[in-house]
Ligand binder design. Structure first.
Ligand code: URA
Length: 438
């Protein structure tokens, strides 16, 4: 074979030509070994962003990225995971994983930290004192097989090529590319050993796929590449035009997750968690059809078995399980500022992405990877789209520190002027699950 060069591969992609698997493997090897400099990788990513990739190229890129680190294998068809494209108040993992595990599914969660307007599963669960989210992959496998539930943070052993590529995409405006997102998500999920995947793809003001059309394109791309690797996959297209549930902020979201596991959660969060868990149960062959899977999930939730599974996870990972019995132990910021409605009417819309960014302003989210978080700050929303509201009623409670009163007062104005819109006319509630792609 002739000598390959990054220049040639960039030129091919720039001219909308396909590259073959040997070329893709060479590229990923070069990125990992640092033989290819960041500027050439970035140029390749931009050419791919602009001209796309075929399904075959996307699958080959996924495979090369997956093989850039350790690849776990489980023969068991019971190993099933979920992945969400992220949003504001999205805490379904803490609810659906114990539900599915209580039904006999094995859920291998390798979760992320928050960056930008979306929160991170690992940051949220770390509001439980002493909880460890780092462990060897040997222990990860053992806990998965023994208990059926395990949660760790990002590790350089799983798909290290994605870490480098994602870092470059983040600063070169090349995140929103369907082949690059597909390869990024699936390289990690396949490497963690999942045999089936339930995708939750968000649409609306708090999501990063802004239209239903783009979300469905992403869903179809992920399903098609999963099938190439003989993995079952489905994608639920779900609403993120308003925060999911009522609580936003790291500790606050854990409190709401535990309430939900006690059967006392908000309707949207409970329904979505049950529905995602039901597809996991079906894929793991723990039910004959989706109806039976839903029933099993409801039983696991309302009998308290899922809550017990969650407690088991916390104990196995050295966390303080008394927080599960007494969620009031979670540290919540000392001051509350109420956002009062300036008029009567019906809630029309939320600027959800902006709301996620206000949490970052309170230091509940990160601007850079190095930022230290305040897990105790956040918001409790008292209204949903379509709800009736009276002048003077509280729309949101802001939880903040003493030195943030000025910021909270500014936010209060921002919420009523810009972030929550109220209409004089009745407003329909948005559909939570918009479509299911299989
Ligand atoms: N989530 C990922 O893991 N990768 C992407 O590229 C986008 C979202």
């Amino acid at each position: 074979m002739h000598q390959l060069s990054a220049y040639q591969l960039i030129a091919k992609k720039r001219s909308s030509k396909s590259i073959n698997s040997a070329e893709i493997n060479w590229l990923i090897d070069g990125i990992i070994s640092k033989k290819i400099p960041d500027y050439q990788t970035s140029a390749f990513l931009m050419a791919t962003y602009l001209n796309g990739m075929t399904k075959k190229e996307t699958a080959q890129l996924t495979e090369a990225m997956m093989k850039s680190g350790t690849v776990l294998h489980f023969d068991s068809q019971e190993v099933v995971d979920k992945h969400s494209t992220g949003g504001v108040g999205d805490k379904t993992s803490f609810i659906l994983a114990p539900i599915a595990a209580a039904c006999g599914v094995k859920v291998p969660m390798v979760a992320g930290r928050g960056l930008g307007h979306t929160g991170g599963t690992v940051d949220k669960i770390e509001s439980i004192p002493n909880l460890k989210t780092e462990m060897s992959l040997e222990n990860f496998k053992k806990q998965l097989m023994d208990s059926g539930i395990v949660l760790i943070g990002p590790t350089s052993e799983i798909a290290p090529a994605d870490k480098i590529i994602y870092g470059l995409r983040d600063v070169t405006a090349t995140i929103e590319s369907i082949p690059l997102i597909t390869a990024s998500i699936l390289s990690k999920k396949l490497a963690e050993g999942t045999n089936a995947l339930v995708m939750d793809i968000k649409i609306g003001s708090g999501s990063f796929m802004k239209t239903r059309k783009r979300a469905e394109q992403l869903g179809r791309s992920i399903i098609s590449v999963s099938k190439h690797f003989h993995r079952k996959c489905c994608a639920l297209i779900t609403d993120m035009s308003q925060p999911l549930g009522q609580y936003v902020g790291n500790s606050l979201e854990m409190v709401e997750s535990i309430n939900t596991l006690k059967g006392e959660g908000p309707e949207d969060l409970t329904h979505l968690s049950l529905e995602l868990a039901a597809y996991m149960v079906l894929f793991a062959k723990k039910a004959k059809n989706i109806k039976e899977a839903r029933k099993k999930c409801e039983e696991a939730l309302y009998s308290g078995k899922a809550l017990e599974k969650f407690k088991e996870l916390i104990k196995l990972q050295s966390g303080d399980a008394s927080f599960i019995d007494n969620p009031e132990l979670f540290v919540v910021a000392p001051l509350k500022t109420e956002v009062l409605s300036k008029k009567s009417g019906y809630i029309k819309s939320f600027e959800t992405q902006e709301i996620g960014l206000r949490l970052v302003d309170l230091k509940g989210g990160r601007k850079t990877k190095e930022d230290k978080l305040d897990l105790s700050v956040g918001f409790i929303f008292h209204k949903k789209i379509g709800d009736k509201v009276k002048k003077g009623e509280s729309l949101v409670t802001i939880y903040h520190q003493k030195n943030q009163q000025g910021l909270a007062d500014e936010m209060k104005e921002d919420f009523v002027k810009n972030l929550i819109k109220i209409s004089n006319k009745k407003v329909n509630k948005p559909k939570l699950i918009v479509n299911i792609l299989k």
